[in-house]
Design a protein around this ligand. Structure first.
Ligand code: MG
Length: 405
């Protein structure tokens, strides 16, 4: 397939750094939107794309598998390097195989198909607000400007394993693919995006125009746009590789790429990754106290350094959970290892957890713990729950069982 590419990444008008990254390396194209303090976001998005670039070109590694590898690379770095602890990234990637496109996606960057003048969203945002849109609690327009729109329910590199959405598009001649970060879609609606794609024929100029539109609307975030113009050539059918065996079957064009979660077998509980291995044991021929120091001291030192590493990581994590029947904000992660709690209570709210769990949206989530990026986001989740409870109280029957009034 003949692919003409336009690509543009811009810092925007409000941020101090550009934490987005993009990859244009035929047959592979991707965008990533990094997050984390200081330079961690840059590291996460760049590391994810480097891993992808290294794994995919030969074709031996299926795209979704490569994305999971990238997740592992970012997670590994995040847990081993204090400077970038807690970082993560979105990733939306396309590989061209003959006239077929394979997609893999995690987070709230997006892939669109522009065909015959219409714009089709190929990916699903892994965000709290999108979940609310799907449940009919927010409109698309409300979601686009919602203060909590950046809270992700899935991202690359924040857990040892990740569930990856996969999809397939059989391309038509003249199709246009748009990959973009939320710095575009958060600032510019789908109709203006569609108009630019319809009016600007040159892909590079179209990419620049979209970035300019986002900046004109405020440019509150980094903006990254990759446009692929697809031209079918004779022999494209034969190029479809059969060696790649992704789990997802072909889907008709312009449908959601596998929005279902990955098979359970693909996920491991975090505990397995965090098992502590002990160091070398004692050697004969040394005085007894030396042997004891080596046998006991080294493993203890090792264990201590692992625990300090875990603590440094954990201290940068936040979640909203339940404490003594009330919704509460915790620092840490909602689990324990070898009897050590990996969280501490920061704030207990006056929200009754049982009341909140009666609302369909929050059911089960609080008990599990809702992971957020910061204390402020935790506060936003509390506000959200308060608002949902207030709304449920005024419309009995909403949210799967109102409280009455
Ligand atoms: Mg962004």
């Amino acid at each position: 397939m003949k692919v003409r590419v336009g690509a543009e990444s811009d810092i925007g008008r409000a941020r101090e750094r550009n934490e987005d990254a993009m990859l244009v390396d035929a047959p592979m194209y991707a965008v990533a939107d990094g997050m984390g303090g200081h330079q961690a976001g840059d590291v996460a998005s760049a590391l994810a794309l480097e891993t992808l670039e290294r794994l995919v070109p030969g074709g031996e590694v299926p795209l979704a598998e490569a994305v999971r590898e990238a997740n592992g690379a970012v997670f590994e770095r995040s847990t081993s390097d204090r400077a970038v602890a807690g970082m993560g990234t979105t990733l939306t990637a396309v590989v061209v195989e003959g006239r077929r496109l394979r997609l893999a996606h995690v987070g709230d960057s997006r892939a669109y198909l522009f065909r015959d003048g219409a714009l089709h969203l190929l990916t699903e945002d892994h965000t709290l607000v999108n979940r609310m849109v799907r449940e009919g609690k927010l409109s698309e327009e409300e979601a686009r400007v919602h203060p909590q729109r950046s809270i992700l329910t899935r991202a690359l590199g924040v857990e040892p394993d990740v569930s990856v959405d996969e999809g397939v598009v059989d391309a038509n001649d003249g199709d246009r693919i748009l990959l973009c970060t939320d710095g575009l879609t958060g600032m510019v609606g789908e109709e203006p995006i569609r108009t630019v794609l319809a009016e600007v024929r040159d892909p590079q100029r179209a990419a620049e125009r979209l970035v300019a539109e986002a900046n004109r609307a405020g440019g509150l975030d980094n903006i990254t746009v990759v446009i692929l113009d697809l031209g079918i050539e004779p022999g494209d059918e034969a190029e479809v590789r059969t060696t790649r065996t992704t789990a997802t079957a072909s889907e008709p064009a312009a449908t959601h790429p596998g929005s279902a979660e990955a098979p359970a077998a693909d996920r491991r509980p975090p505990e397995e990754e965090e098992r502590v291995e002990f160091g070398p044991s004692s050697r004969a021929g040394r005085p007894r106290w030396v042997r004891l120091t080596i046998a006991v001291g080294l493993p203890l030192l090792f264990l201590a350094s692992v625990l300090v590493g875990i603590k440094l990581f954990v201290d940068r994590q936040w979640y909203v959970g339940i404490h003594e029947g009330n919704v509460a904000v915790f620092r840490g992660i909602p689990t324990e290892i070898a009897g050590f709690d990996l969280h501490s209570l920061e704030e207990e709210s006056d929200i009754d957890a049982a009341e909140a769990e009666r609302l369909q949206f929050w059911r089960g989530r609080l008990a599990e713990g809702i992971t957020v990026a910061s204390r402020e986001e935790a506060e936003q989740v509390l506000e959200r729950i308060r608002a949902d409870l207030a709304a449920a109280a005024t419309e009995p029957g909403a949210g799967g069982g109102g409280t009455g009034s």
